[in-house]
Design a protein around this ligand. Structure first.
Ligand SMILES: *[C@@H]1O[C@H](CO)[C@@H](O)[C@H](O)[C@H]1NC(C)=O
Ligand SMILES: *[C@@H]1O[C@H](CO)[C@@H](O)[C@H](O)[C@H]1NC(C)=O
Length: 563
């Protein structure tokens, strides 16, 4: 029977002793523990515990002959040691009739006064060897086989044990304190993640609205830009070039018109003079001179004078004069077109200025829309197809792009954190507090390192590159069953957390390196042992306060160094 099973018996004992003490103070037969005393109270007859149909006289108890199938008549000898041991030793199951063909008793009971009582397997009773590790009072060798005398060492052993136990308890207390700190830290880190998620959720919501608004505004600005004839680009603008050309041309026409009018007026005066001369000539000539040449001339004049000649039109002449006046009211006020960076649409539809404000905006918008519609339908040429984007559009676009980038970054961060919340961080998520925390062990040629939930590494001490022994893959649980070394630095037995690291550096002619880091309760983070179990498959045994609790929340038994 392994040592572990007997620790369990010690546990059964402590659990039952209080009840048993109250049950009976009567002397018990040799080897009977207090919790079984009730079966041995009858002064005449003994009833086999698991086989109540079998009754024997009390005189046959401990007579070194096995009468009961469950061995209950031989609590103090090894006569029934051949029967398979009792199992499982759960207090509630220690009832009559439960363990057919198995021992009814956990073993020979050593009182161990001065230390802790315990059961020793029946095979060890009177076997000719002192079993001080379980029976420090030596009572298992009561028959003194071959003159063997086992002295009672419980006082010394008990004292030593209590001293060690105190240290163990202290260490366990420190470990549990550290674990609590780690859990608090882990909870804080988790809270941080949750808070960040909340912030990011609100932030991304408003960023989405912002992006939508900026998209709309960019569209709007692009539309408006289309509605412009040309950009109000100052002195070099197309409109200014156009207006100065028009101004020159009109001045040229006006100058010519003035010159032509002057020439006309001069010609008119000469015609009046000539007509006057001819009129007088007709009145004053002497028809008695029968001169054929003169007669023909007078006839021609009479014909000329008879035709309707349009006289000078005073109204039209006034208009002409008005046009030619340098400060005429109808003259174009060029400075109006030359100055200002007004939208050209506004310049072209100046009349809007006389409209009340809301109406003006409306009209303005309608005009732009009209232009846009005409451009979009190919009626008007798009003035912007060959000119670079205006600053307003560029600004709006870069604002939109900035907002989009921000939104994407935040969305990615949000996803990362949300995934993180779903990840396995071990018992009470304690590994959250240790993620990236590294522990090293010098093992002669190499220093080995493992970093919680990150990686494991082999670092050669004589230079050369590090070897990755695996990157964090997942957290698992395994069941181990090992004897604990005296210093408690080992896995012991029970369920243990394992951090698996995979896909490390590739092994020549083998797999990628991987490491299983098996964790057991200890006061400090410490690598106890590194083994290459198979080619490039490593196993690290690591002590850490992070795992000092069993899965049902009870404190893990203090590391036993059995005595
Ligand atoms: C021409 O227009 C400008 C600006 O609109 C104004 O200041 C100036 O008085 C105008 N000139 C005439 C002659 O109307
Ligand atoms: C292992 O993880 C630690 C902690 O995060 C980090 O500092 C180190 O660079 C990693 N090593 C390798 C080889 O990736």
């Amino acid at each position: 029977m392994g040592k572990q099973a007997f620790s369990s018996f010690a546990f059964v004992f402590t659990f039952l002793s209080a009840a048993a003490n109250a049950a009976s103070e009567l002397p018990r037969p040799r080897g009977v523990g207090p919790e079984f005393a009730k079966f041995y109270k009858d002064p005449e007859t003994f009833t086999c515990i698991s086989n109540p149909s079998i009754k024997i006289p009390v005189s046959r108890l401990n007579d070194d002959y096995c009468d009961c199938p469950d061995g209950s008549d031989e609590p103090g000898t090894s006569a029934c040691a051949f029967i398979s041991p009792l199992s499982p030793p759960s207090p509630s199951e220690v009832t009559v009739g439960q363990f057919d063909e198995a021992l009814a008793l956990p073993g020979y009971y050593c009182k161990n006064k001065g230390h802790i009582p315990s059961y020793i397997p029946f095979t060890n009773v009177n076997d000719g060897a002192c079993d001080y590790d379980l029976c420090c009072d030596g009572s298992d060798e009561w028959e003194a086989v071959g003159g063997l005398k086992c002295e009672d060492r419980c006082a010394k052993i008990g004292k030593e044990w209590r001293k060690q136990d105190e240290a163990r308890q202290k260490s366990l207390g420190a470990a549990n304190k550290r674990r609590k700190e780690l859990i608090t830290e882990a909870a804080r880190l988790k809270q941080e993640v949750e808070d960040r998620i909340k912030t990011l959720q609100t932030q991304t919501q408003s960023q989405e609205l912002k992006v939508q608004a900026l998209e709309k505004s960019l569209q709007e600005i692009e539309r408006q830009e289309k509605g412009r004839v040309v950009k109000g680009a100052g002195k070099g603008g197309k409109l200014n070039v156009l207006s100065s050309l028009a101004k020159e041309r009109i001045q040229e026409l006006l100058d010519n018109l003035g010159r032509v009018k002057d020439e006309r007026d001069a010609a008119r005066l000469r015609i009046e003079d000539l007509e006057g001369i001819l009129r007088r000539f007709k009145e004053e000539y002497n028809p008695n001179f029968n001169d054929e040449g003169v007669k023909r001339a007078v006839k021609a004049w009479e014909d000329y004078a008879a035709t309707e000649q349009p006289g000078p039109d005073a109204a039209k002449d006034r208009d002409l004069d008005e046009i030619l006046k340098p400060d005429s009211e109808s003259a174009i006020n060029w400075s109006e077109f030359e100055e200002g960076e007004d939208s050209d649409v506004e310049a072209l539809y100046k009349f809007e200025a006389y409209l009340p404000d809301p109406l003006r905006k409306w009209v303005n918008q309608k005009l732009r829309d009209l232009r846009v519609m005409m451009i979009e339908n190919g009626i008007l040429a798009d003035p912007h197809t060959d000119s670079p984007e205006s600053k307003a559009v560029t600004d709006a676009r870069s604002q939109l792009e900035g907002a989009r980038t921000e939104l994407n970054n935040d969305k990615n961060e949000l996803t990362r954190h949300q995934e993180d919340l779903g990840k396995d961080y071990g018992p009470d998520e304690v590994f959250r507090a240790l993620k990236g925390h590294c522990v090293e062990k010098d093992s002669g040629e190499y220093v080995y390192e493992f970093c919680f939930l990150e990686n494991t590494t082999q670092k050669p001490k004589k230079g050369g590159g590090n070897t990755g022994m695996g990157n964090f893959a997942r957290i698992e649980k395994i069941t181990v069953d090992e004897d604990l070394p005296a210093d408690g630095k080992g896995l012991g037995s029970g369920e243990r957390w394992v951090i698996k690291y995979e896909n490390g550096q590739h092994c020549w002619n083998g797999p990628s390196r991987s490491t299983a880091v098996i964790l057991a309760c200890a006061e400090k983070d410490e690598i106890w042992k590194i083994v290459e179990e198979e080619k490039c498959v490593y196993r690290m045994e690591v002590g850490t306060p992070a795992v000092c609790v069993t899965k049902n929340g009870a404190k893990e038994a203090p590391p036993h160094s059995e005595l």
